[in-house]
Design a protein. Structure first.
Length: 107
């Protein structure tokens, strides 16, 4: 997630549930953290600044045999059917449309 306020809200919600949390404000950093940390789950904003957007990060993770098991939840303001289809094609397991309740993340 590139928006600091949304990242903070997500962080506080997941921290309260005792999850270990690492943050990235852009796709390149997110991909680097995925390779270094091998998380169980990644939350990716579809529209992130920089070289890689969330869909591209998702595609690269799912194409890498060592990372493909990471579950991906895409977060986006775009909720049309074609956007959801693009997320599914990229390999995401879930697709949440903003605004969403942070409690949806722990369900």
């Amino acid at each position: 997630e590139d928006q600091a306020d949304i990242r903070k809200l997500i962080h506080m919600t997941l921290e309260f549930e005792a999850y270990e949390i690492h943050e990235a404000a852009d796709g390149v950093t997110g991909l680097r953290l995925a390779r270094a940390l091998r998380p169980d789950l990644m939350l990716l904003d579809v529209m992130m600044p920089g070289e890689l957007d969330g869909l591209q990060v998702c595609q690269r993770i799912k194409a890498d045999a060592e990372l493909a098991g990471i579950k991906i939840v895409l977060l986006t303001a775009r909720g049309q059917a074609r956007d959801r289809e693009a997320g599914s094609k990229a390999g995401a397991e879930e697709y949440l449309v903003k605004p969403f309740s942070p409690l949806q993340l722990i369900d």
